[in-house]
Write a protein of this length. Structure first.
Length: 266
C-alpha cells in the first residue's frame, strides 16, 4: 500500500509540473524560477522584454501576442492587491461568512470556475476577432480548467435583466491605451481567494488593463459590492509575458473530484 501511495502521489504531481514549465519566470529579474513543484525542478527563463508594446493596424495596443502570467497571484488573499496599509472593508455579515468557510468548500477544489481575479499560477491569453474592423468581441482564455471570459466590444450596454453567472456580463472599451472592462451580473458562488472572501450578486467590477511595455501588464480592478464591503476599493496586480512559443496546455478537471482536500486528505 505504501508503494502504491507513492506512485499515485507522483502521478498526480506530474500535471502540476507542465503548467508551471509552460509559464516561464515572468518578471523574475534573473530569469530563474525554482523550485516550482515538489520535484524541485528549476526553470531558467530570460527576463520579459521591456520595449514598446506591439500595436494592431489601427494603433490599438495588442494584448494578444502571447501568454501572460500574473505576479503575484491573488489566489491566497485578494488583499495582496491593496495598497500598503489598506485592509479589506468587509461588512460584519461578510466577516461571518468568511470565518465559517473551510478549504474543502472552495469551488476550485470542486472543479468549479474561479470567477474574477484568481488567474495565477496558470497562464492566460487575450483573443480578439480583429480583421479590417475594430474587434466586436474579446476573450480571455485561462489554462485553468479551459475557462474563458467573453467581453463585448461592440458598444452594447448591460441588459436590464441578467441571469447571474460565474464571470458576469462584461462590456469593454479603450481609453487611450487602456482596456476598460465593466462587469455586472455575477452569481455569489465564487470565492475571491483561498481564504474564502465572499461577494454577493450586487458585485460590480471595473478592470483597467494597461500594457506598460512589451513584457509587462498591469490590471487595476475597482470592486464595488455593497452587500459585502462598506465601500468600493481597488486591487492591482502585475503580469509578465511568457516566453515566445509557450502556449496553453490541456487542464482536465472533473466536477465533484474527490482527490485531495475535497476527500479529507491533509
Amino acid at each position: 500500500m505504501k508503494r502504491l501511495l507513492v506512485v499515485v502521489v507522483m502521478i498526480l504531481a506530474v500535471p502540476l509540473v507542465a503548467p508551471l514549465l509552460a509559464q516561464g519566470a515572468g518578471g523574475n529579474p534573473k530569469g530563474v524560477l525554482g523550485p516550482v513543484d515538489a520535484l524541485g525542478q528549476e526553470v531558467r527563463r530570460p527576463p520579459a522584454p521591456t520595449g514598446p508594446p506591439p500595436r494592431l493596424p489601427d494603433g490599438t495596443v495588442d494584448l494578444g501576442d502571447g501568454l501572460w502570467v500574473s505576479e503575484p497571484s491573488f489566489g491566497p488573499d485578494i488583499a495582496l492587491g491593496l495598497n500598503t496599509g489598506e485592509t479589506l472593508p468587509l461588512l460584519p455579515s461578510a466577516r461571518t461568512i468568511l470565518g465559517s468557510r473551510k478549504p474543502a468548500e472552495d469551488p476550485m477544489v470542486q472543479c468549479l470556475p474561479l470567477g474574477l481575479l484568481r488567474y495565477s499560477p496558470y497562464p492566460f491569453r487575450f483573443i480578439q476577432n480583429y480583421t479590417h474592423k475594430r474587434p466586436t468581441h474579446l476573450y480571455i482564455l485561462s489554462e485553468l480548467m479551459h475557462t474563458f471570459r467573453q467581453v463585448f466590444m461592440d458598444g452594447r450596454t448591460h441588459p436590464k435583466e441578467l441571469d447571474p453567472t460565474w464571470f458576469g456580463h462584461s462590456i469593454g472599451s479603450y481609453e487611450k491605451d487602456t482596456l476598460v472592462i465593466d462587469t455586472v451580473g455575477f452569481n455569489d458562488k465564487a470565492w475571491f481567494d483561498r481564504k474564502g472572501t465572499p461577494h454577493t450578486e450586487q458585485l460590480h467590477t471595473v478592470e483597467r488593463w494597461t500594457r506598460a511595455d512589451a513584457g509587462h501588464l498591469v490590471q487595476a480592478v475597482t470592486v464595488d459590492d455593497p452587500g459585502t464591503f462598506s465601500r468600493p476599493f481597488t486591487v492591482t496586480f502585475h503580469a509578465t509575458l511568457s516566453n515566445p512559443g509557450d502556449d496553453l496546455i490541456e487542464y482536465v478537471c472533473q466536477e465533484n473530484n474527490q482527490f485531495g482536500i475535497a476527500s479529507g486528505v491533509r
